[in-house]
Design a protein around this ligand. Structure first.
Ligand code: URA
Length: 435
């Protein structure tokens, strides 16, 4: 087989065979196929697309390009959840303990934040002492003992994606549904769960800006899972406004703890219960989403979900007192109030810009090597839909210096839009796919 012929076939709109896709993935990972040929193929896929079975084959070949996680030593149904990324998204810390407290196993591998979106692993590491770099045996042992563990993705999981993503990033081929779907799903399949719930975000803070694009991506990912013999379903959810009120690592852990104790913001609570319900239905713990939602809510009301999170933090070496005594979690040098510069209904808060303001405060990274200030971030006091008078406090910033707050304030103020009428806000759950 020659890579030249594979590229030419896709360039002319042909459907690649599984053998051709396997030849490309294995050759590329081994360094036998050069970047320039891989770039040409990525661009041909970008322009010509892929059929559902080509996308599934690509995903499965990528899945097996490195280590995979064998969860067979863990009894029961194993579930996973993936969010396409947003601002203020701390749902994993709420839904995973809910479902684990009902017997669904969550062996979760997560990533770090980059750019305007935060990462689950950074958030978790804001809990003093907590380790996310566990060995495979420690990870599986905790999942067997308490049903829930969250670790950083291991170095050799889906190396094909690492190489291909870096290439797509510099060749204008990121925004291709088959390439995005295979990138995400190869990592989910390699992580070994039986059922996978996808939270596809849509809006100004999301990777997918329109509802239609988000639906296409969600359908492609659900279809890949079914080709691979796994179960997946997706929710399309609103990311035109930040989720909850906290943006930033320790702040988000604090808000998740409040939500686990029934005191969370309405939007975050609603989404966590929906996501948990989706997993419970897929795992056969409930017959339908309504029944599953009631079950999930019950685990917050009876304290078992919070207790499960506490057990996980303890098992991973974290200081559990930080989950109730937030002074141990939050220690910003500066707390700074951001005030409204005019009166009116908040129409919108550009969510990507809100994430960028949080990064400017020190909560995130612009480059992979940047250090994070875990206590930095934004606590929103007003959200789109609220009426504000000039001078009202819109948000509290946490940072290491006033200077950082001033710089971030300009980004934040410019991200706000005011109007005379109350805005029409979309519902939080915009669609459900695969239920
Ligand atoms: N997230 C991924 O993991 N891969 C993509 O291609 C895009 C978003």
């Amino acid at each position: 087989m020659r890579m030249y012929d594979v590229i030419a076939k896709k360039r002319d709109g042909g459907e690649l065979t599984r053998e051709e896709i396997a030849y490309f993935i294995h050759g590329y990972v081994k360094g036998e196929i050069p970047d320039y040929q891989a770039s040409a193929l990525a661009m041909a896929v970008y322009l010509r697309g892929m059929t559902a079975r080509e996308t599934a084959w690509l995903t499965m070949e990528m899945e097996h390009s490195g280590d995979t996680v064998d969860l067979s030593s863990v009894e029961g149904i194993k579930a996973d959840k993936h969010s396409t990324g947003g601002v203020g998204d701390k749902t994993t810390f709420v839904l995973a303990p809910i479902v684990a407290s009902l017997g669904v196993r969550m062996a979760k591998m997560s990533g770090r934040g980059l750019g305007h979106t935060g990462g689950t692993i950074d958030k978790l590491e804001s809990i003093p002492g907590l380790r996310t770099d566990l060995s495979r045996d420690e990870f599986l042992g905790i999942v067997r003992d308490i049903g829930l563990c969250i670790v950083a993705q291991s170095g050799n999981l889906v190396p094909a994606d690492k190489k291909l993503y870096a290439l797509r990033d510099v060749t204008a081929t990121v925004e291709s549904v088959p390439l995005i779907a295979s990138s995400i799903m190869s990592k989910k399949l390699a992580a070994g769960a039986d059922c996978i719930l996808l939270d596809v975000k849509t809006g100004s803070g999301a990777f997918m800006k329109t509802l239609e694009e988000s639906r296409v991506l969600a359908k492609a990912m659900v279809e890949i899972a079914s080709h691979a013999g796994r179960r997946a379903a997706a929710l399309i959810t609103e990311m035109d406004r930040p989720l909850g009120c906290a943006v930033g690592n320790a702040l988000e852990v604090m808000e998740a703890c409040e939500t686990l104790q029934g005191r969370g913001p309405d939007d975050l609570t609603e989404l966590c219960l929906e996501l948990a319900a989706g997993i419970l239905v897929m795992a056969g713990k409930a017959e339908n989403l309504e029944q599953a939602g009631r079950l999930a809510h019950g685990q917050i009301a009876n304290g078992q979900a919070f207790e499960k999170f506490r057990q996980m933090v303890q098992a991973q070496g974290g200081d559990v007192s930080a989950l109730t005594d937030y002074d141990a979690l939050l220690a910003p040098v500066v707390r700074y109030e951001v005030r409204a510069r005019q009166e009116g209904f908040l129409q919108s808060l550009n969510t990507e810009q809100c994430g960028i303001a949080s990064v400017a405060l020190g909560a995130g990274r612009e480059k992979k090597e940047d250090a994070i200030d875990y206590s930095a971030g934004i606590l929103l006091k007003k959200k789109p839909g609220d009426f504000v008078h000039a001078g009202d406090v819109l948000a509290e910033f946490h940072a290491a210096s006033e200077k950082l707050c001033h710089d971030a304030e300009e980004i934040f103020q410019n991200a706000l839009q005011y109007g005379k009428e109350a805005p029409h806000l979309r519902p939080l759950i915009l669609d459900r796919i695969g239920f």
